[in-house]
Design a protein around this ligand. Structure first.
Ligand code: HSE
Length: 428
């Protein structure tokens, strides 16, 4: 058997502890499968004394992750601290400079600094791998870079934030309002330290930007993802959608068009009977469409100790086997810069607004829609409260630009009692 592959793990939260458990419990299996032992030599975290449910006494301890990253007895720096900048980035850079390979679960760091980090790693003859950063335990990066490598990718879609999917499905199943379920998710420890990352769609947009880069051979363009979170979705939206045969999902879509790369992460109505519509709780789903393979649907746990550690190990074991796929599937210097394109593909939209209940109010809204070239498919006024009337409109296929133009002109009608909510109805 050849020399062991030596890991230095920075960050011993849920995922870090999970990786330690797999390396310890599966030592023989891992060595048999890769042809070399995989061992941990050193670890680092914020607190040395915390009980993590794993015995760390046989590993060297470093308070400073940068020192860990530079150690001579570390071959692979496993970065599980998180955060786009700060210690995670400093330690990753130090690891590359010291000639280590890097395995990370850090979507924020790669969505923002992935290009420069990948170029630095590849110039040094090293790899950065990030299976655990996108959709937890689902091997979607491997699916794109290996299984589907002979395809031109036509569309990538997915539900990639389990917390948002938990909130939306729990609201529907229990008939509870957003605020109550948000608090429940908080109590259950589902939310990131900054909850906006989850409910604001940012975490999922980081993941989509990484997937788009791998799918289309383009430089990661997180700053051009159109992002909308789930904060404005009400139980009424969910109930109205259900009544029409739809479910609301925080859906990411990345698609290369003749105008450039469309990337959007926003709540969408999807058919309740579709695989995406049936996704419950914290589960993730990624749908990949290739020109030869057609549609592939991958479904699994998007977070948590076991699933995320499983994805980390897949990258570690590739390195143990000397499988060295570049970070974004092709050399970082060959990734192209692509023009961002605003989503222009027409779609039907769900529109919900509160109107002052007075004669002609609805007519003014209908006129504004008509003048913007938006055709109404269905319209419903429901559950009156005092002098305000909640109104639901489903449009025929229209562009987002035309819809935005109509929404903009609603303001001048003087009949709006709340800002309209517009949700795209997606064909999946
Ligand atoms: N907070 C994320 C989620 C997991 O809920 O899916 C890590 O990206």
């Amino acid at each position: 058997m050849t020399e062991p592959l030596r890991l230095g793990i920075a960050g011993l939260g849920t995922v870090g502890a999970g990786v330690v458990k797999i390396v310890r419990q599966k030592a023989n299996l891992l060595a048999t499968r890769t042809g070399r032992p995989v061992v941990i030599t050193a670890v680092s975290a914020r607190s040395r004394d915390k009980d993590r449910g794993v015995n760390l006494s046989q590993y060297a301890w470093e308070d400073d992750p940068v020192a860990l990253a530079k150690r001579d007895d570390v071959d692979v720096f496993v970065e599980l601290m998180g955060g786009a900048d700060g210690p995670a980035k400093a330690a990753t850079e130090a690891a590359i400079a010291a000639g280590k390979d890097v395995v990370t679960a850090n979507k924020a760091m790669l969505a923002i600094h992935g290009q420069e980090l990948a170029e630095a790693a590849e110039a040094a003859g090293r790899v950065i791998r990030f299976e655990a950063a996108v959709a937890g335990g689902i091997p979607v990066i491997k699916a794109l870079t290996e299984g589907l490598v002979g395809n031109q990718v036509e569309r990538v879609m997915g539900v990639m934030n389990g917390t948002c999917n938990y909130i939306l499905t729990r609201m529907e199943n229990a008939g509870l309002p957003y605020d109550e379920v948000f608090e429940e998710a908080n109590q259950l420890g589902y939310l990131e330290a900054d909850p906006t990352l989850d409910v604001g769609g940012i975490d999922a947009a980081h993941k989509l930007a990484l997937l788009a880069s791998v799918a289309y051979g383009t430089k990661v363009a997180f700053d051009t993802v159109e992002i909308e979170g789930i904060e404005r979705i009400t139980i009424e939206d969910i109930e109205q959608a259900a009544d029409m045969g739809y479910r609301i999902k925080l859906l990411g879509v990345a698609q290369m068009t003749g105008r450039g790369l469309e990337q959007r992460m926003a709540p969408c109505l999807v058919p309740a009977s579709s695989p995406l519509g049936q996704l419950e709780g914290g589960t993730n789903m990624v749908v990949l469409e290739g020109d030869h393979v057609g549609q592939i649907v991958l479904r699994g746990a998007g977070a948590g100790e076991g699933p995320t550690a499983s994805a980390v190990m897949s990258d570690v074991l590739d390195i143990a086997r000397d499988i060295r796929v570049p970070t974004f599937g092709q050399p970082a210097t060959t990734l192209s810069v692509v023009k961002p394109a605003k989503s222009a593909a027409p779609a039907p939209y769900y529109l919900r607004m509160m109107l002052h209940d007075k004669p002609g109010a609805l007519a003014k809204i209908a006129t504004a829609l008509g003048e913007a070239g938006v055709s109404v498919d269905r319209m419903r006024q429901y559950g009156h409260e005092e002098s305000k009337a909640p109104v639901l409109i489903v449009t025929h296929k229209t562009t987002r630009d035309a819809l935005d133009c109509a929404i903009h002109s609603f303001a001048a009608t003087g009949v709006l009692a709340s800002d309209p909510v517009a949700i795209r109805i997606e064909t999946v």
